[in-house]
Design a protein around this ligand. Structure first.
Ligand code: UMA
Length: 444
C-alpha cells in the first residue's frame, strides 16, 4: 500500500490515533487528525506529535473535514454511527481500522486473539511462549501498545489482542493463527444486538485461507457454530476428550493431532480458575500451531504469574482474602471469576452499565455471594437485577465499598472486586480502578 501523498483522516487522538498519525507521516501521507474533544484536553497528545506535519480539527465533527480525503482511519473507540464514518461511507471513502492498516505493512507471521474474556491472559501467555523460543516478538494491540506502532520494525512474530471494535473495519486482516476464546454479552452500549457483536468478532477469520489456523472453543455454542463458515484449519479446545484438538482433565492439558499427542501438567501452574484452564488450553493450541516445543510450553505454563487486575491476589487480613479483578468489566467475566472460589464471597460491583443482562449471574450470586456491595453509576440497575438474591448494600464509591466489605467479611471469606461494568464514571480506566482498590485494601 503506497501512502505517499495520500490524504488521510485519523479520527480520535488518544493511543491509537497518535500512533497512527505518526506512522502515516513517516509514510509520506498528508495527515489530518480530528477529535471530539477540544485542544485544551488534547495538549499532551499533540505535544507527543510536535514537529510532525499534521493538521488538526478538534472540538467537534464536521463533514467538510472529509473534503479531498482518500482514507479514513477511526480509533477503536469511535462507533460506526459516528457522523464522519457515516458520511465517509456515503462518499465511498475507504475506512480502514488501525489493525487493517497495520497488517498491510507487518511482515512477520501474526497471531490474533479475540473473545469476550481471557484475551489479555492468553495473548501474554502465547507471547511468553514464543519469546522463550528465542524469537523477537511484538505483543500488543488492545492489550496496550497499538499494533500500528510496531510495523516499522522487523519482528519474527506478532501476537496481538484484538477487540470487536478493531474488527469493525477489516478487509484483508489475515492472521496466520486467529483465536476466538468465547463470546458472552458485552458492549451492548455500542452494538444494537448481541448478534452484531458476534458478527464483529467473527471477522477475525474473514480473510484467512486453508493455509492458516483458527483456534476456537468447542464448549462455547456461539463460537462453535461459526466452524462451518471458517476456511482455515480448525484447532478446537474444550473439556471433552477428542482425537484431534486440545482438551483438559483435572490434572493435564492434552494436545492431539491424529497420531501425535503431548501432555502438559497443571500441577505446578499458578493461574487458577476454570476460565484460566480455558485460557491455557487456547494458549497451548496456538503455541502448537506456531511450532513451539513441549518443554517450552510447559515451562511458561508453570512460571506465568497471571496479570494485574485479573483475579489478582492483593492480601490476606484477619483470615479474609482480597482479590482485585477490576478487568471483570462484563457479566460473563464475573460469572467465571466467582466460579473460581469455593469460599463465600463479598462481591464489590458497579461502574458504568453496558446495557447487558445481569441474569447469567443469578445462580452464582445465590450460591456464592454472601454480601453484594454496589457502587458507581450502575448501582441501582444492578440492585434491581440481583439485589433480592443475597444481602445487598448500596454505597457511593469504591472507598465506601471497601470499608463496608472489610466490616462485614468473616474469616474464610473472599472479598472480590469484579465490577461487571466499565470504570469511566469514577476512574480513567479499569487499571486505575484496580490500583485504587489495592491501595484501599493495603490501607485497611
Ligand atoms: N473520539 C472521537 N470521536 C468519537 C469517539 C471518540 O473523536 O466518536 C475520540 C475521543 O475523544 C478520544 C479518542 O477518540 O480522544 C479515544 O479513542 P479510543 O477510545 O479508541 O482510545 P485509545 O487510547 O486509542 O485506545 C484504543 C482502545 N480503546 C477502546 O477500544 C475503547 C484500547 O482498548 C486499546 O488498548 C488501545 O486503543 C490500543 O490498541 C481499551 C478498551 O477498553 C483497553 N478496549 C475495549 C475492551 O477491552 O473491552 C474494547
Amino acid at each position: 500500500m503506497d501512502l505517499q501523498g495520500k490524504r488521510v483522516l485519523v479520527i480520535g487522538l488518544a493511543r491509537t490515533g497518535g500512533a497512527t498519525a505518526r506512522f502515516l507521516t513517516e509514510q509520506g501521507a498528508s495527515v489530518v487528525v480530528s477529535d471530539l474533544r477540544p485542544e485544551v484536553e488534547l495538549k499532551q497528545a499533540m505535544d507527543a506529535l510536535a514537529g510532525l506535519p499534521i493538521r488538526y480539527h478538534l472540538g467537534g465533527e464536521n463533514k467538510q473535514w472529509l473534503d479531498g480525503i482518500d482514507y479514513v482511519i477511526p480509533s477503536p473507540g469511535v462507533a460506526m454511527e459516528n457522523l464522519l464514518l457515516r458520511e465517509a461511507a456515503a462518499l465511498h471513502i475507504p475506512v480502514l481500522s488501525e489493525i487493517e492498516l497495520a497488517c498491510r505493512f507487518f511482515q512477520a507471521p501474526l497471531v490474533a486473539i479475540t473473545g469476550t474474556n481471557g484475551k489479555s491472559t492468553t495473548t501474554t501467555l502465547v507471547g511468553e511462549m514464543i519469546k522463550a523460543k528465542g524469537q523477537k516478538i511484538f505483543v500488543g494491540g488492545n492489550l496496550g501498545a497499538p499494533f500500528i506502532g510496531a510495523v516499522s520494525e522487523d519482528w519474527d512474530w506478532g501476537v496481538v489482542e484484538i477487540s470487536s471494535f478493531q474488527l469493525e473495519w477489516v478487509e484483508t486482516f489475515r492472521p496466520r493463527i486467529a483465536a476466538l476464546l468465547n463470546i458472552t454479552e458485552d458492549h451492548l452500549d455500542r452494538y444494537a444486538t448481541f448478534s452484531d457483536y458476534c458478527r464483529a468478532k467473527e471477522r477475525i477469520f474473514r480473510a484467512q485461507t486453508a493455509d492458516d489456523f483458527a483456534v476456537i472453543n468447542r464448549d462455547d455454542p456461539r463460537v462453535w457454530e461459526m466452524h462451518a463458515r471458517i476456511k482455515s484449519r480448525i484447532v478446537s479446545f474444550g473439556f471433552s476428550e477428542v482425537k484431534d484438538g486440545v482438551f483438559a482433565t483435572a490434572t493435564e492439558i492434552v494436545w492431539r493431532d491424529g497420531e501425535n499427542e503431548e501432555r502438559f501438567s497443571l500441577q505446578r501452574v499458578k493461574l487458577h480458575g476454570v476460565h484460566n484452564v480455558e485460557n491455557m488450553m487456547a494458549a497451548v493450541s496456538i503455541a502448537k500451531c506456531a511450532g513451539i516445543s513441549r518443554p517450552v510450553i510447559q515451562e511458561i505454563l508453570d512460571s506465568f504469574p497471571g496479570l494485574e487486575h485479573r483475579l489478582e491476589f492483593v492480601r490476606e487480613r484477619n483470615g479474609v482474602r482480597y482479590y482485585n479483578d477490576s478487568k471483570g468489566t462484563n457479566v460473563g467475566a464475573v460469572v467465571k471469576s466467582l466460579a473460581s472460589f469455593a469460599d463465600p464471597v463479598v462481591l464489590l460491583a458497579g461502574g458504568v452499565d453496558k446495557g447487558g443482562d445481569y441474569a447469567p449471574l443469578t445462580d452464582t450470586v445465590k450460591q456464592k455471594v454472601r454480601r453484594l456491595v454496589l457502587f458507581g453509576a450502575a448501582k441501582e440497575i444492578i440492585a434491581r437485577a440481583l439485589g433480592g438474591l443475597t444481602e445487598t448494600v448500596i454505597v457511593d464509591d469504591i472507598q465506601a465499598a471497601v470499608r463496608d466489605a472489610a466490616a462485614h467479611a468473616r474469616t474464610g471469606d473472599v472479598v472480590l472486586l469484579s465490577p461487571s461494568c466499565s470504570s469511566f464514571d469514577q476512574f480513567r480506566n479499569y487499571a486505575e480502578r484496580g490500583q485504587v482498590f489495592k491501595r484501599l485494601v493495603h490501607e485497611l
